[in-house]
Design a protein around this ligand. Structure first.
Ligand SMILES: Cc1ncc(COP(=O)(O)O)c(C=O)c1O
Length: 387
């Protein structure tokens, strides 16, 4: 492992799994726990102040997606927000429903649709092409058959494939509710709530804390709560609010908002530079999914021919380079990625996949270090792999 001063050099390129909380988030959480720990539902002055801060955070978090006038329900993260959107919306509708979901959604969405299937609803799974783009004809068919909810993610967590949200909302044209999982997109890729009815995001993907996220709900959209009790969050998510989490999420989001409008361009430049550096040392490398310049600016999925992703991952780990082979949830299951296979990538090639995900804090030094180690590890490993 290389050293910088006394510290071994590291490159953390797994920001789609989670990000390092920023100082502003840590400070805001500490302040909230030490001084602002009151229950926002209580009625004396310090509690009213806690309530005011929560309202301010809500308003601030709605701004970047042009969603003034929408409601924002704090949840324990992206998983709960996705569950609430999908199950909350459909269980509120009367009778048997037809619903549509893309084949490459995060398990927190797919499992919610599995639940709908168990409840007897007609779930249409919409396939994707080699670039990760949905089969719009299949979606149109589902809509003609009366689909009442469509769920598609803004940014694919494994490939960075981007949703054409304008096309989706034009096609749906008010016939169904649209849920967009924005966990990998919020504050890294622009989004406008004009294009959706429900939008989820999560704090720990944007340098905020774990255990906090939100579901943005357009006015008039009705949901059944998944968690009942004291009636917090307009009755949609009972339980005393996670005020330190909210404070940390708000501080992290404010910091990222301060980097706009340049942030996506800066991230894209870093990513393209990294891919170029990898191509110089591993000319055989393949990009899975859309062309890098057409994808989200912070995610790229690369295949290193004849070297299994998890072998590469552990070789890189020994050099202080942290990456993953797919989504954090599935990477321990040692299965070929269902996202890549749904895109039509042969399972054998999908086994070579490694995902690199950047954040605004990723430095050029980290990227150059990682590219150098990739070249070194690939040269070594390809000699030992079966063909
Ligand atoms: C696209 C997507 N949706 C949802 C989630 C779940 O978010 P959380 O970890 O906050 O529950 C993730 C986490 O990796 C994700 O990548």
């Amino acid at each position: 492992m290389t050293r910088t001063g006394n510290r071994p050099m590291q490159a953390y390129l797994d920001n789609s799994a989670t990000t390092r909380p920023c100082e502003a988030a840590i400070e805001a959480m500490e302040r909230c726990m030490r001084e602002g720990f009151y229950n926002p539902s209580s009625v004396y002055a310090p509690a009213v102040e806690a309530f005011r801060q929560e309202r301010e955070a809500r308003e601030n978090l709605l701004k970047p997606i042009h969603s003034a006038g929408c409601d924002l329900i704090f949840t324990s993260g992206g998983t709960e927000a996705n569950n609430l959107a999908v199950l909350g919306a459909v269980t509120r509708m009367r009778g048997h429903q037809t619903v549509a979901v893309s084949a490459v959604e995060h398990p927190s969405v797919l499992a919610a649709f599995d639940r709908l299937h168990e409840l007897g609803h007609d779930v249409r799974t919409i396939g994707v092409d080699i670039h990760g783009q949905p089969d719009w004809t299949a979606l149109e068919k589902a809509l003609e058959d009366g689909a009442s909810l469509v769920s598609m993610m803004q940014v694919n967590n494994e490939t960075g494939a981007l949703l054409d949200a304008e096309k989706l909302s034009r096609l749906v044209d008010g016939r169904a509710l649209i849920h967009v999982d924005g966990v990998q997109g919020y504050l890294r890729v622009p989004f406008d709530m004009k294009r959706a009815d429900l939008y989820s995001f999560s704090g720990h993907k944007l340098h905020g804390p774990k255990g906090i996220g939100a579901l943005v709900v357009k006015k008039g959209v009705k949901l059944n709560p998944r968690q009942v009790g004291g009636g917090q969050e307009n009755g949609l998510r009972s339980g005393t609010e996670n005020t330190p989490g909210i404070a940390g999420l708000n501080a992290a989001a404010l910091e990222l908002q301060g980097l706009w409008p340049d942030l996506p361009g800066r991230l894209m430049a870093k990513k393209l530079r990294f891919i170029e550096a990898v191509r110089r040392v591993v000319p055989e490398v393949v990009v899975h999914g859309p062309a890098p310049e057409d994808a989200a600016p912070h995610i790229v999925n690369l295949g290193f021919p004849h070297v299994r992703g998890e072998v590469m991952l552990h070789a890189l780990e020994a050099e202080g380079v942290y990456v993953s082979t797919g989504s954090a949830c599935s990477s321990k299951k040692l299965k070929v990625s269902s996202v890549l296979t749904a895109m039509g990538i042969p399972p054998q090639n999908a086994e070579w996949a490694v995902r690199f995900s950047l954040s605004p804090h990723t430095t050029d030094e980290e990227l150059d270090y990682a590219a150098g180690k990739l070249g070194m590890c690939y040269d070594l490993l390809k000699r030992f792999q079966r063909r």
